[in-house]
Write a protein that binds this ligand. Structure first.
Ligand SMILES: Cc1ncc(COP(=O)(O)O)c(C=O)c1O
Length: 418
């Protein structure tokens, strides 16, 4: 993926919409004149918000038929695991449907503390804290720790959560080119005489390109400049490392990552977010982060499912092994067909298509061939570099992967992509 990936902007948000609204005295003009989604829907090429009626692992029911899905984040295939469902049901019976309050006030359950203790143990950190979403975890950690006297360095391809977190913080912001540590080095060196703390924040696995962060390089710079390192391992926990502990374990650098942020919405097959790090740092975030304090606590059902997923991650390596076997089968198949998967190193496999009209045509042909997937278009990716963002899960059967490869081959040849 090129440096120019900008994950802050949703594909459906258009500059022309902003321009139109700038000319109007009605602040809602941008909404009232926004027609691109309806036009795409009418033309049968709106690839987003497609409702799924039922999920069965690598296949879903959508549009009245069974479709093979690629692009979900159910990496370990646990969303349909009976043990997670039973744990969620039991928690529902014990705690009810909601905490109806902030963690700060009436919303802390014993289950929050159990899950946090277990997570800290799994990630080899002193302490952990859960959030109502991974997005809120990113906002909380970065906005609380990157204060007005600090400088925050972030990778251009970081997830939108970290971009929004940077905006919410009062720190001075410095963006470095994607995985370009010479650029980061130059920025750190240029700030050498400035007061305040330095924080480097990076995705562990980049959510669009599937690249792994250059953690050894980040750790080297962090040491050289006395910076702190925060890693968003949303796509790495459960996936990378011999025990699934993420990018730190993958590189043997767990102790050098000061704070891990993560999500339960991917390998953990639930919803919610977390941070793990030094006890004092977690305590500080707990008492200062507005996106943690001013929202209702993570509900019990979600925590029970995540806790059960954690137990499975710790005790059963076969899900991770099946995931990587499937990744190899799909990626090798795509490479043999001649597709460009942009150097992906993980279960996230972007497939370069090119111009956005071609990517939409590609998506539509896959949809008609009963493949459920989604494209990423400008401004989410650079112009002319639209992709179909696929990802492989432990759930996919060989037959489903072969169906995917066959559909990509047929459409790729028909549209001249391969
Ligand atoms: C890298 C990254 N960070 C954070 C998030 C936010 O996680 P959540 O879905 O739990 O809000 C995502 C989700 O897409 C992500 O990909």
């Amino acid at each position: 993926m090129s440096d120019a990936v900008d994950t802050r902007r949703a594909p459906a948000v258009e500059d022309e919409t902003e321009l139109r609204s700038a000319r109007s005295r009605d602040a809602f003009a941008k909404a009232l004149t926004f027609s691109r989604a309806e036009e795409a829907e009418a033309a049968g090429v709106h690839p987003y918000f497609k409702p799924i009626a039922a999920q069965f692992g690598g296949t879903v029911r959508a549009n009245g038929r069974d479709m093979v899905i690629t692009g979900s984040n159910d990496y370990l295939g646990l969303t349909q695991d009976p043990r997670l469902k039973a744990a969620a049901r039991a928690a529902l019976d014990d705690f009810g449907t909601s905490c109806t309050g902030s963690r700060f006030l009436t919303g802390t359950l014993t289950l929050h503390e159990t899950l946090e203790t277990r997570l800290a143990g799994f990630l080899n950190k002193e302490s952990a804290l859960t959030f109502s979403a991974g997005y809120l975890g990113c906002l909380s950690v970065v906005s609380a720790l990157a204060g007005r006297h600090d400088i925050l360095y972030y990778d251009r391809e970081n997830h939108a959560s970290l971009y929004d977190a940077a905006r919410l913080s009062f720190a001075t912001l410095r963006k470095y080119d994607h995985n370009d540590l010479e650029h980061l080095d130059r920025l750190l060196a240029a700030d050498a005489d400035k007061p305040g703390g330095r924080i480097i924040v990076s995705d562990g696995v980049f959510s669009m390109s599937g690249h792994i962060a250059d953690l050894p390089g980040l750790v080297e710079l962090k040491r050289r400049y006395g910076a702190r390192l925060i890693v968003d391992d949303a796509h790495a926990t459960g996936v990378l490392g011999a025990s699934g502990r993420g990018s730190g374990e993958h590189f043997g650098l767990e102790d050098d990552v000061d704070v891990i942020v993560g999500t339960f919405s991917k390998s953990f097959a639930s919803v919610g977010g977390f941070m793990a790090g030094e006890r004092k740092v977690v305590e500080f975030v707990k008492h200062h982060a507005r996106p943690f304090i001013f929202t209702a606590a993570l509900p019990a059902m979600q925590m029970a499912a995540a806790l059960q997923a954690l137990e499975i991650m710790e005790s059963e390596s076969e899900h991770r092994e099946r995931l990587w076997r499937n990744v190899a089968r799909f990626k090798n198949g795509m490479r043999d067909l001649g597709f460009d998967t942009l150097g992906s190193e993980t279960p996230i496999v972007p497939v370069l298509i090119g111009e956005d009209e071609r990517a939409l045509a590609f998506w539509k042909a896959l949809w008609d061939a009963s493949v459920f997937t989604t494209p990423a278009l400008p401004p989410g990716v650079p112009p002319g570099k639209s992709i179909i963002r696929t990802s492989v899960n432990a759930n996919h059967t060989d037959a489903e992967l072969d169906q995917l490869l066959s559909a990509f081959e047929t459409v790729g040849r028909a549209l001249g992509v391969i």
